[in-house]
Ligand binder design. Structure first.
Ligand code: MTE
Length: 328
């Protein structure tokens, strides 16, 4: 791996799942953007292992207020695997605004979530700006346990709390001209300063997009919580996208703007590396990433340590019955 001095104990042999060490690839790419010779940040070198002192701090980041009541949609009450241990899920994150490695949970605490506003605009009959209370009052919250599959070939199972995206669509009423939706994450270069070597080279803010009918699908979800409590900052507080049939990078975090548009919007990873990260990005075991296979994945389950379990990747991450018709 490019940036790690020692191979951490949780890391699989590189041959176990892929021919590449996925963990380092995107960071390697980001580094290549600005040329060799620029060192990794100190946090990058810390790697993923969480010391005892850190783990106490970590818990304080997810002991947030509970969200109740939680009527659970019966379709999503359980999955075919254990729910991922929260300490692992909340300390192994991708949030490039706060750093180029998985250990951004501490720096993500700088995200200012007070008085959060989400603007819903563009080709809609009822443009709205919601604060968090407004969202919670207007939309019925439920818990959904979804499989979560990162394009880097690791996976989790996570209990999100939130509401279906289609409920928000019903409230704002897209016009017949709306064909796509652009989602924009929070960005302020004074706060979202990581990875340290990127300044001026990356297409911030992080943006993602969906076709209108994808957003209207039953599965498409806005999460404002996880594990029965408000969303920790490292998971994209206070509101993020969850699209379980797509690779995780489609699920933009810390959303500030939702725009209904008539053209396919430019998106962050697709702009950076179009031949590696497509706009559609549906989980597909038969379609390898240019640098690694997607046939299998390393599942992070309900264990204390990173005991990666190798599993077969499921088409559409196991959600074909809900979404395959969108791509017929
Ligand atoms: N959203 C923003 N704004 N910035 C990011 O770097 N990373 C994406 C996605 N959403 C990312 C983002 C990727 S690559 C993944 S796999 C998931 O967030 C990770 O979500 P998690 O950290 O909650 O597991």
């Amino acid at each position: 791996m490019t940036f790690f001095k020692n191979i951490p104990s949780w890391q699989l042999p590189e041959t176990a799942v892929t021919s590449e060490t996925l963990y380092g690839d995107r960071r390697r790419f980001l580094k290549s953007l600005i040329g060799a010779g620029i060192g990794a940040t100190a946090t990058t070198l810390l790697g993923c292992q969480t010391s005892q002192a850190q783990s106490n701090d970590l818990e304080s980041t997810f002991k947030l207020p509970e969200i109740k009541p939680l009527p659970t949609n019966p379709d999503f009450r359980r999955v075919d695997r254990p729910i991922t241990n929260q300490t692992l899920a909340s300390s192994y994150n991708n949030f490039y605004e706060f750093g180029g490695d998985k250990s951004i949970w501490r720096s993500a605490q700088n995200l200012p979530t007070e008085n959060w506003k989400v603007e819903v605009t563009g080709l809609v009959k009822n443009p709205r700006t919601y604060d968090l209370d407004g969202l919670r009052k207007e939309f019925s919250l439920e818990e959904r346990i979804y499989r979560f599959r990162c394009v880097e070939a690791w996976s989790m199972a996570l209990p999100w709390v939130g509401f279906p995206m289609k409920d928000l669509m019903a409230a704002v009423e897209p016009t017949s001209a709306a064909k796509f939706v652009r989602f924009t994450s929070f960005y302020d270069s004074k706060i979202t300063t990581g990875p340290g070597f990127h300044v001026g080279t990356l297409p911030w803010p992080y943006q993602e997009g969906l076709r209108l009918e994808e957003m209207a699908n039953e599965l498409a979800f806005f999460a404002i919580g996880i594990y029965g409590r408000e969303l920790p900052k490292q998971h994209g507080a206070p509101i993020r996208m969850v699209l379980p049939w797509k690779y995780g990078f489609k699920g933009a975090k810390s959303i500030v703007k939702i725009e209904f548009v008539d053209q396919q919007p430019a998106t962050y990873w697709n702009t950076l590396i179009p031949h590696e990260y497509g706009f559609m990005a549906n989980v597909d075991p038969t379609k390898p990433h240019p640098r690694w296979s997607q046939a299998r994945e390393k599942f992070i389950g309900n264990t204390e340590q990173f005991d990666w379990e190798i599993r077969e990747t499921l088409p559409y991450n196991g959600y074909g019955e809900y979404v395959a018709n969108l791509y017929a």
